[in-house]
Design a protein around this ligand. Sequence first.
Ligand code: MSP
Length: 483
Amino acid sequence: MSKFYITTAIDYVNAPPHIGHAMEKIMADVIARYQRAAGKKAFFLMGVDENSLKNVRAAEKEGITARELVDRNAQLFSGLKPALNLSFDDFIRTTEKRHLVGAQKLWFACQNDIYKKSYKGLYCVDCEQFRKERELVDGLCPDHKTKPELIKEENYFFRLSKYQERLKEIIENDEIRIIPEARKNETLSFINQGLEDICISRSSERACGWGIDVPNDSSQKIWVWFDALSNYINALGYGENSGKFQDWWQENENKIHVVGKDILRFHAIYWPAMLLSAGLALPKEIFAHGFITVDGQKMSKSLGNIINPYELAEKYGADAVRYFLTAEFPAIEDGDFSYEKFENRYNADLANDIGNLFERVFALVKNRKIEISVDSEIRNLQEKTEKIYSEKMDNYELYEALNAVFAFSKKLNQYINQKEPWKLLKDKDDEGSHILNTLIFGVEKIISWLKPFMPEKMEEAENYLKNLSQQKEKLNLFPRIAR
Ligand code: MSP
């Protein structure tokens, strides 16, 4: 059975998760579920990034220790599993022993490319990276609008410059395929500007004693990104060179990292360079998704517009949240959330379109004997839709795959209107039962296509369908939201 390894970014735990985090995890989950249904053995990894300085600062503000903060908040991220119907197979915390051992092992493995030098630079704690003077806008970090700190230290550096040509080749030739194409070009142009060596440690003092020690030099902590990126192999047992690491990383062709566009550079440049240096296999694909805003604005504490995925799922159900975040806009683009958009889409697509179709079909087909003859027009359309759906899903175009499914469901609703099967529903009426078979066939296909997106609701529909003749109540899968 072929393998499929899928990971998401490990989130900082300085604050609870918001729907931006949730969207990424849901997309990855839909892909993992689709790949499993397509017969692959999928392994889906999630986790949290705990060694960062911003976690320390957040803890200070709350008057608790960094350890207390990460322990408390990590649960809010792992708890997304039941809240959002996520199916991750493992959840890694970067304060775990298996991660520490792996991060230090990777440091050793890269040793030929690591050297020490004195350095002066502007560090943005929110980005957890040095920023160039020319990147700043009015002296502030362009992403966080905060003033970076001037740091003067003797630190360890990684010889990123050495990998410039090799990285260019890898990206150009799609040895690591970057999706979408526009982000591939962006990565190439960054490489073409010339890669400089990167600082990969900080003094233990600056790190407030928090983080993973540089091997053999406890006066320094490993830079959080250098440690965090290694989570993808540490979770598989790189630290102890386990069979699982060999099987799922070294010898597996299907490995994809799902990340936001803001952190593509770390995944498409720094991470592959580290792997090349250590002589390890590269990931196969990196999928960079867009950002979600709320009512047209970036989510922020000060604006008070952070949408909590737990509250959303509590109010509308996990599957409705999963559906909205994959159906409202293409994953590679930015999109906007508002309660109005959410409820409109829910009512239009789920209550009216799919919900209504299912109700109509289940009401008609009650007590009918199901045979296998299917209308050729619908069968042809189903085959066409299946093809488009698989192509889109294989290419992580979830929104586009959903569009194909909804075009099919609209057609099925029209088919009922045209054929008016209720007029033909006399017992032993061949034409009538042919139409009903066709409808059941169509609904079953829709269920299988939508299952990775809305596992719970589709399972409910599947179970209802299994015992159609005994159902006494309507299914009412997606009750309308009153507005
Ligand atoms: N800890 C790093 C990632 C290390 S991976 C080795 C980090 N954490 S984060 O919490 O800031 O972001 C985690 C993921 O959430 C990233 O992929 C990021 O792009 C994504 N998102 C954060 N805010 C987002 C939106 N508003 N919309 C969509 N995704 C966003 O970066």
